[in-house]
Design a protein around this ligand. Structure first.
Ligand code: KG4
Ligand code: ZN
Length: 347
């Protein structure tokens, strides 16, 4: 019987360990994010991420067990993100989990990071639980630093890609704009904060592909337009208009995401929606989705911020469900920078 799974997430720069049980309860989650190590370079440096995982991971495993007052005898299996992600970063998590699985004689499974994001709203802990029973099928918008994709979720392991960004991810567009404005790294949360006091109508920025029939998106034109606008304004005016720039830029991203989501809902006649991934932490997105949901009678699940950004709990949930279903991986399991061919069906 698989009841409790210890999970590890190291696909990007966050090192995270969680213990999740078969009722989706997060017994503990401990994470280390070293944004400052990357901030001076203005973006994630894969080599630094890998080095940080290699020092942080085992102490976090110990901490997770200690905090949850569990021992290895209470753990029934191990789950680890093995795809997609930064190769060096994935290798640290994967090799560590394989060694633990051998040493502790536990079954283990490699998990797709994006599948973790898709199931994250169903996690529970002392202060959060999904407010309703949310069965499949549903529409999911997964929006992060590396991905911006709309899925049709039909069940565990049954995911169809309905549309995706053709170039940059929305999170990347946020981060690059934050960098152009000199806000620091990662830019997304900082643009969000500045946007709170800005006028979203002050600057006109493009909403590429918003009227396009497909559910695909594009954010590279917005990024270039943002850069041109900053150049035209010059440093003094940019500084003066920082809040309005952030609000206008953020609204351009949100308009595209929400319009495509509305199209997906209409096309597939499903009013159950999950919004997940790092950008779902955006306060403007959360507010506007809520308004839209009330207007359109949608049922929307958005995880709390700790399960929106990269975290091991979401990997633990997929892990416990898949291990319970009898799935296992052998010790020759490798990392992959991209999805496996059969992870998602592209419509
Ligand atoms: O899911 P995640 O933690 O990592 C990836 O798998 O990429 O997402 C990280 C992305 C970054 O681009 C970050 O700037 C963005 O999520 N992000 C935000 C906010 N918080 C994180 N973007 C906009 N507003 C936020 N509040
Ligand atoms: Zn992620």
């Amino acid at each position: 019987m698989i009841k409790k799974v210890l999970a590890v997430e190291t696909s990007c720069d966050d090192t995270s360990v969680a213990i999740v049980d078969s009722s989706a309860q997060v017994l503990t989650q401990v994470s280390l994010t070293k944004d400052l190590d990357h901030a001076i370079f203005g973006g994630i440096v894969p080599e630094i991420a890998s080095r940080n995982h290699s020092t942080a991971l085992l102490p976090l495993v110990d901490e997770a067990l200690r905090k949850s007052k569990l021992g290895w005898s209470d753990i029934d299996g191990l789950a680890v993100t093995n795809r997609p992600g930064l190769m060096g970063a994935l290798i640290v998590g994967l090799v560590t989990v394989k060694s633990l699985a051998i040493a502790k004689e536990k079954p283990m499974i490699g998990i797709n990071h994006l599948e973790g994001h898709l199931l994250a709203p169903f996690l529970k802990d002392e202060t959060y639980q999904p407010s309703f029973q949310f069965g499949e099928p549903y529409i999911a918008l997964a929006v992060s630093g590396g991905h911006t994709t709309i899925y049709l979720v039909e069940g565990l392991g049954r995911y169809k890609i309905l549309g995706a960004t053709l170039d940059d991810a929305a999170g990347e567009a946020f981060d690059k704009f934050g960098k152009m404005l000199g806000l620091g790294f990662p830019g997304g949360v900082l643009v969000d904060q500045w946007a709170l006091n800005g006028d979203a109508k002050k600057f006109q920025l493009p909403r590429s592909m918003i009227h396009d029939e497909t559910l695909n998106m594009s954010f590279s034109g917005l990024k270039s337009a943002g850069q041109r606008l900053i150049q035209e304004l010059g440093p003094e005016e940019t500084e003066k208009n920082r809040a309005d720039l952030c609000a206008s830029y953020q609204q351009a991203i949100l308009d595209v995401l929400l319009t495509k989501l509305e199209k997906a809902v209409a096309r597939y006649k499903l009013k159950k929606i999950v919004i997940t991934g790092g950008v779902s932490a955006n306060s403007g997105l959360r507010k506007q989705v809520e308004l839209l949901a009330a207007k359109k009678s949608w049922t929307v699940a958005i995880p709390p911020v700790r399960y929106c950004t990269d975290n091991a709990a979401m990997i633990g949930l997929v892990g416990v469900l898949r291990l319970q279903a009898g799935e296992r991986h052998d010790f020759d399991l490798g990392p992959s920078p991209s999805n496996w061919d059969n992870d998602f069906e592209v419509l």
